[in-house]
Design a protein around this ligand. Structure first.
Ligand SMILES: Cc1cc2nc3c(=O)[nH]c(=O)nc-3n(C[C@H](O)[C@H](O)[C@H](O)COP(=O)(O)OP(=O)(O)OC[C@H]3O[C@@H](n4cnc5c(N)ncnc54)[C@H](O)[C@@H]3O)c2cc1C
Length: 477
């Protein structure tokens, strides 16, 4: 029997604990959590009599990890598909339904964006055919490449709102290889963005085969209910308010220094899996694995706040929600109309969530809770054209360091971190900082780490899928 210590009780740490327990039921599992609750970014609140997610509110259902985990926990009956996924983009010249068939906003043809871009913008997309063949030399920024090949409108009106929804990041800084791996893989052989988007879209359709089910899913009592179920199923001992702040290698394994810095405790471990966000992981590994600490420090985070609101029931014609890119000058970056999007949330009240804050654009987060909440409510009421704009209830949740930014060069940073950690037997690292910020990607990374720590080859189906696991519409509000 050995002791696995997992650092961090987010979805990555808890799904790793569950997977480990399934494979090695006799091992002792200790999960160290710096905060005073489990779940990390998974968090639900009570709003107008419903469990309401204020972190992730939808998971990709066309990849197996999240849905599979819910089923493995015996909670498959609580999975629910959206009633609508039709979202619109708010732009300075109006509101436009999100075009179908793009690859995270990258069109496969000019026709895909006709009516969404201006006639000149559509012509600019069509004109890619007359540009010299594209040759990429290493990783590039999504924005730079697309501006050059397809024009500014594709970026400012379409790609930016979608990437903003997933990463709270900037298209001009985000890595093409890390945020659009399927497109990047096709670009290497296609010679043009439109051809690569066509190939990536067709490959996606082929790999789904007949599995034409819903793209997204959620859990009726909240994705935020999963952490508790995972702890119960993994029989892990969770220690709250117990940060790990030092790691030392010993002849038989490791010693972690844990608990309050003033009165640390030494916790021996045979195996250690670090799932804390990159800056915390960097600090923890700085002495034992300096080769990982430096690239970990190179992964910055965006902070944001989510406001959950319940209004009196009223008609709203916004489908599942609105994406609100920076070109609008609006405070909020997205609105999710949860009571329209999810059948189990429909009823007596209009339930809406909205988020504020993007990478390098976090000044509004300095406002007081009351001020920020009131400003978000006003912006949302205006965007949705509410006839009864006084909320019945609101909740503000701040996500300092909410989402890692996969900046240009991210894949090389991840490779360096993985290589340095792999040099230390019995040590693993996983989480949202590496190969996908979405919940399914975090679960996949947790399973990859467990495979590696148990000495098994990573299952081909997961490692070679080439998808980032970032749902295109997640986190829009
Ligand atoms: C507002 C928001 C909306 C989102 N929406 C979606 C969505 O709809 N769908 C989707 O798929 N994804 C969504 N995401 C992304 C997804 O929720 C996260 O990327 C994912 O939950 C991160 O999980 P994690 O376990 O890797 O990290 P975390 O959840 O950050 O967990 C890490 C844990 O480590 C703890 N910790 C830190 N330092 C230490 C230490 N030294 N010792 C011990 N513990 C430590 C932290 O307190 C934390 O609990 C959203 C994210 C945010 C912020």
């Amino acid at each position: 029997m050995s002791r696995l210590v997992v650092v961090g009780a987010g979805i990555t740490g808890l799904s790793a604990a569950f997977e480990w327990h399934r494979r090695r039921p006799d091992d002792e599992i200790v999960v160290l959590e710096a905060g005073d609750r489990i779940g990390g970014k998974l968090y639900r609140v009570e709003l107008a009599g419903h469990w309401y997610d204020t972190g992730p509110e939808a998971v990709l259902a066309r990849v197996p990890e999240a849905v599979g985990l819910v089923e493995a926990l015996g909670l498959g009956g609580r999975l629910v598909a959206p009633a609508t996924t039709q979202a619109s983009v708010v732009l300075p010249d109006g509101r436009f339904p999100l075009p179908a068939g793009t690859v995270l906003g990258v069109p496969a043809s000019a026709d895909d964006v006709s009516g969404f871009l201006s006639p000149a913008g559509v012509d600019r997309v069509r004109a890619e055919a007359s540009l010299p063949p594209l040759r990429l030399d290493g990783d590039v920024a999504v924005g730079g490449l697309l501006r050059e090949r397809l024009g500014d409108e594709v970026v400012d009106r379409l790609v930016e709102p979608l990437l903003g929804g997933v990463y709270a990041g900037r298209a001009d800084e985000l890595s093409l290889t890390a945020t659009m791996p399927a497109l990047a893989a096709q670009l290497a052989r296609s010679g043009s963005v439109l051809a690569a988007a066509t190939a990536a879209r067709d490959a996606g359709t082929r790999s789904r085969g007949d599995a034409d089910g819903p793209v997204f899913a959620t859990v009726t009592d909240g994705i935020g209910s999963l952490p508790e179920a995972l702890v119960a199923a993994s029989r892990a001992v969770v220690r709250l308010r117990t940060p790990a702040h030092g790691l030392r290698r010993t002849p038989g394994g490791f010693e972690l220094s844990v608990g309050p810095a003033a009165a640390p405790e030494v916790l021996p471990a045979d195996v250690v899996l670090v799932t804390a966000p990159a800056p915390k992981a960097a600090r923890l590994l700085s002495e034992a694995v300096p080769g990982a600490a430096e690239p970990l420090r190179g992964i910055p985070y965006a902070s944001m706040a989510v406001v959950a609101m319940a209004f009196p029931a009223q008609d709203v014609a916004a489908g599942s929600g609105l994406l609100v890119p920076p070109v609008t000058g609006r405070l909020v970056k997205g609105v999710t109309v949860s009571s329209a999007k999810w059948p189990h949330l429909a009823g007596e009240t209009l339930l809406v969530r909205s988020s504020v804050g993007r990478f390098r654009d976090e000044s509004e987060l300095q406002r007081s809770d009351d001020d920020l909440t009131a400003a978000v409510v006003a912006d949302v009421a205006d965007l949705l054209g509410l006839s009864r704009p006084e909320p019945l209830e609101t909740r503000l949740i701040r996500w300092g360091g909410g989402l890692p930014q996969y900046l240009v060069g991210h894949p090389a940073r991840v490779a360096a971190i993985r290589a340095a950690v792999a040099d230390v037997p019995g040590l693993g690292i996983a989480g949202a900082a590496f190969e996908g910020v979405g919940v399914p990607a975090c679960i996949r990374d947790a399973h990859r780490a467990v495979d590696a720590l148990l000495g098994r080859a990573v299952a081909e189906a997961t490692s070679a899928s080439g998808i980032s696991g970032c749902p295109p519409l997640l986190g829009s509000g």
